[in-house]
Design a protein around this ligand. Structure first.
Ligand code: ADP
Ligand code: ZN
Ligand code: ZN
Length: 745
């Protein structure tokens, strides 16, 4: 191959994307003496931008520019020697920018870990691992009697028989380094340098044996493993405890044996610390992590280790989806219905839908799993776009819990607990079994009201009440950062008769500890688990049987194993029944099934009690009598009737400003612009104020677009966006477009 060198005289244009809120690409002159053979789209560049420097991403090289070439600035330098993104990766990002109508530069930027986004050069520091040397294998640990640390380390290696990575050693004992060095000096263990992913004999990948599967599990495994070489979407529906994770593990094993990598996305890893352990216990390959509790550098290390093929599995949250893979083989999304797979700010992508598109581009399968599949996914099964696989039974010996609606109308209620429920709790505890109480509201009480004059403590910046946090003696807004000391006197009439109204987990904790004095209660919510390691500690205590009553918010609904919990009570199921968002029924049903899934996992049968004042509500009765699938069928029929998604497509234009007037002027201009466009069959609903009309000091309005024809809707958005960017009102508001919104707030 000849090297093309371009001299200063010729116009050679780099068309780049820059992470700024601008939809178009930017043209720059290529750097001097650039060797075009080495230049690939996706490379990071440093460019002058206004008075500053910015990181840009090369999209294409051109001979022409629509701008006057003499006015173009020159690229400062090229940061990458090779593009970190494959052409498929770039194609995916371009598709996503287009589909979600978000500026390409910002989209590409999100795909990179923060240090790379900021232009840091790549330093590949591969994590080391260690293994027994032949001498170490035959040395008796008792020979090291005099140095107990080295002795126990040698025993650790001898019992695991496999490589141990730095991470694993740190988990085992943070002071491992000196002992490892001493054992290396004694030639008992050796450093193993990581190798890139390659086809390996299947049994060298595995660390512990797979479980013996039941028929349905085996069928699911066989179906996906029979289609590993091509695109396909599989939906694995199975209640909690039905053995989905085991199915994932066995399919992953097959993919690893082909020398391919697997991307596993979960809603929130930090809430399910056991999951990582299960993966590490099963596989002897390097596993990368990517989630919000890691540092930027840790995330970058995981990202690069997948990009370079040193790790075979990535376990991550939503934003891990864009991790470049050297040799992709499978994408798994666990709890695919979970709303956290939709990014709610900035680049508002759905990790599920984008994962499906990515799998299609890569021609690999994608596996979606859930106890409560989203209505969209079930609809796609109906349309035969997704293949459904069902695990109807709980794995092992566990049985389904019994669900019961408890009518609490006219019943005596003590701080959220009815007498009958208190009875049930006593009975369960008497058998030495655990109880789980669910209330999806943290704090002591959601409202502080004056008994004298009716004054309510409100947030000054939001349309919301301040929540009482009694333990910390604070009043806090859950929608912005506003907080203040808990007051003792009414701000309006000075009365000291301030009354907490409603229930939060703190309040229930108080009453539970009073009612069950000799029992141990733990509260799991965002407030009680702030400090690192607290959640893990609590989970450990629960599993060790040191806890009798577990009380918490939706944090409890996620994948935990509480084998000794036999009674689950949902204290206030009604609060989910009356929402103006059409997604609410689906979310409530999912939450009920997920929380119920905590009960009776082992051999003890479980019971779920839902306190309600709506015992005849169709959603609740359908769910309990006929199960989630029936509920989903009814709910889908309702959506079809109302032509709501998935029977139509939506996009939500949100606007906010510091005063109430500007958004209205902005919308008037938008409506005028829309009049000049061909809206086709797109319904335009609004503008209306957002359900929370003021938040964090901003007045909020929205306009909803809906169309049963996706192309038509997107065509309209394509035409509208350049117009929005040009409106003179645009600079005075903050606006965003949410394609396929999952939350209409
Ligand atoms: P899910 O992911 O659906 O909640 P898991 O895969 O975590 O289910 O399985 C729940 C429990 O049942 C785990 O403790 C797991 O080890 C066990 N399990 C899964 N499959 C089997 C099986 N085929 N035989 C026995 N136990 C199993
Ligand atoms: Zn008052
Ligand atoms: Zn607020």
């Amino acid at each position: 191959m000849s090297m093309t060198t371009v001299s200063m005289g010729e116009a050679l244009i780099f068309r780049v994307a820059i992470p700024v809120p601008v939809y178009s690409l930017f043209d720059y002159l290529a750097p001097d003496n650039v060797e075009l053979d080495n230049i690939k789209p996706g490379m990071r560049l440093e460019v002058p931008f206004g008075k500053a420097k910015k990181i840009a991403f090369l999209i294409e090289i051109s001979q022409k520019s629509e701008l006057e070439v003499s006015k173009l600035k020159r690229v400062f330098r090229i940061l990458d020697q090779k593009s970190l993104l494959s052409s498929k990766d770039l194609q995916l990002l371009m598709w996503a920018a287009n589909y979600y109508h978000h500026p390409l530069g910002e989209v590409i930027s999100t795909a990179f870990p923060v240090p790379l986004r900021q232009g840091k050069s790549i330093v590949v520091k591969t994590p080391k691992s260690f293994a027994l040397s032949p001498l170490g294998q035959v040395t008796l640990s008792t020979d090291l009697q005099k140095s107990p640390k080295q002795k126990s380390l040698l025993e650790k290696f001898q019992s695991s028989l496999l490589n141990l990575s730095e991470t694993e050693l740190s988990d085992w004992n943070i002071n491992w380094k000196s002992s490892v060095n001493l054992l290396i000096e004694k030639r008992l263990i050796e450093i193993i340098t990581p190798k890139t992913v390659k086809v390996e004999p299947a049994d060298s990948i595995i660390r512990s044996d797979a479980l013996q599967c039941n028929l349905q599990q085996q069928d699911a495994i066989d179906r996906v493993c029979g289609a590993l070489d091509r695109f396909g979407v599989f939906l694995l529906e199975g209640v909690t405890g039905s053995g989905k994770t085991e199915v994932y593990l066995q399919i992953i094993h097959a993919v690893l044996a082909r020398g391919q990598q697997v991307l596993v996305l979960v809603p929130e890893i930090t809430l399910t610390p056991q999951l990582e352990d299960r993966f590490r216990n099963r596989f002897a390959v390097s596993i990368a992590l990517f989630h919000s509790k890691l540092t930027d550098n840790q995330r970058q290390a995981g990202w690069l280790s997948m990009q370079q093929g040193e790790s075979s599995i990535m376990l991550g949250t939503r934003s891990a989806l864009f991790t470049p893979l050297m040799n992709p083989g499978l994408i798994i999304l666990d709890e695919e219905h979970d709303a956290s797979f939709k990014q709610q700010e900035g680049f508002r992508f759905s990790a599920r839908d984008t994962a499906v598109y990515r799998a299609k581009l890569l021609d690999i399968p994608v596996l979606l799993g859930s106890a409560t599949p989203s209505l969209e996914s079930l609809y796609n099964v109906d349309k035969q776009r997704y293949q459904l696989m069902h695990l109807p039974e709980r794995a092992g010996k566990a049985t389904e819990p019994m669900m019961q609606l408890m009518d609490i109308r006219n019943k005596r209620i003590h701080e959220g607990l009815s007498d009958v429920l208190v009875e049930e709790i006593h009975r369960t505890l008497a058998k030495n079994e655990q109880v789980l109480l669910f209330l999806n509201r943290r704090g002591f009480a959601p409202t502080l009201i004056c008994h004298g004059c009716g004054w309510v403590a409100r947030c000054k910046r939001c349309d919301a009440n301040l929540v009482i946090h009694f333990d910390e003696q604070r009043l806090r807004c859950h929608h912005c950062a506003q907080e203040q000391k808990l007051i003792r006197q009414c701000a309006a009439c000075d009365s000291s008769e301030l009354t907490p109204l409603g229930l939060g987990t703190e309040r229930v904790e108080k009453v539970v500890t009073e009612l069950f004095k000799d029992k141990i209660t733990v509260r799991l919510d965002r407030d009680s688990t702030q400090r690192k390691g607290t959640l893990e500690n609590y989970l450990q205590q629960i599993n060790d049987g040191e806890v009798d009553i577990i009380l918490g918010t939706q944090m409890l609904a996620k994948g935990h194993h509480f084998p000794n919990v036999t009674l689950v009570a949902i204290l206030d199921v009604d609060s989910g029944l009356f929402s103006i968002d059409f997604h609410a029924a689906e979310k409530l049903a999912q939450m009920i099934v997920q929380v119920s899934g905590r009960a009776g996992r082992a051999e003890k049968p479980g019971k779920v009690i839902m306190q309600t004042r709506q015992p005849e509500h169709l959603l609740l009765t359908t769910l309990i009598k006929d199960g989630y699938r029936s509920f989903a069928k009814t709910a889908l029929a309702e959506r079809q009737e109302a032509l709501l998604p998935p029977f139509s497509y939506q996009a939500l234009l949100r606007v906010q400003a510091a005063d109430a007037n500007t958004p209205q002027l902005f919308f008037q201009a938008i409506i005028a612009a829309l009049k000049k466009l061909d809206v086709g069959r797109t319904q335009i609903l609004g503008p209306v104020s957002a359900p929370m009309a003021k938040r964090a000091g901003y007045f909020r309005y929205q306009l909803l677009f809906q169309n049963a024809n996706r192309q038509e809707l997107h065509g309209l958005l394509d035409a509208l966006i350049p117009k929005i960017s040009k409106l003179k009102q645009t600079n005075k508001v903050r606006w965003s477009l949410d394609v396929d919104p999952v939350d209409l707030y």
